[in-house]
Design a protein around this ligand. Sequence first.
Ligand code: GRF
Length: 193
Amino acid sequence: MIKLNGFKKINVAVFISGRGSNLKNLIKTANNPNSKFAISLIVSNNSKALGLKLAKKFKIKKKILNFNNKSIEKSLLFALTENNIKIICLAGFMKILSKNFISKFNGKILNIHPSLLPKYKGLNTHSRVIRNKERFSGCTVHFVNSKLDSGKIVLQKKVKILKRDTPRSLSSRILIQEHILYPKALNKIIDSL
Ligand code: GRF
């Protein structure tokens, strides 16, 4: 546990597969002296993930793992224990974690999803909500359980869909809200620990 300004920070690992804008935002929040958490480990299944550049920039440990190899979760659990990780934040992480792994971190894995769950689980949410002429979409931070995008909801933010919206424009407006919602939800969970 990192000790800054006289109080202990909760160690958080962020799992990514791509761009890493939520990761970047969580790092920025963590770097605030009053933050309750530190991003202590970045995990990725994809060695080419853009977000991995943040590890070097912010001097954060990173681990790139081949999640197609079933036995990899053992070394992942080891890395998490070694770094005293208390909470895992999935942020654009495109792999499914095993039931066994989830049970080991039960109630400590969060995910952010770009829809108002339980509606629009899975991929391509923005094009599906536009196609279905929904009036609102948004984003949800939820606990991870063994069913895709189905764990208990921590926080949600609604975003109005505009007539002129394309999947891209809607996605960028929702992303702005994701960046506000994820740190809020993480702090809420930390307060309840
Ligand atoms: C976000 O829209 C998130 O909700 C979804 O994947 C995207 C990841 O974006 N799960 P980024 O890698 O954090 O920029």
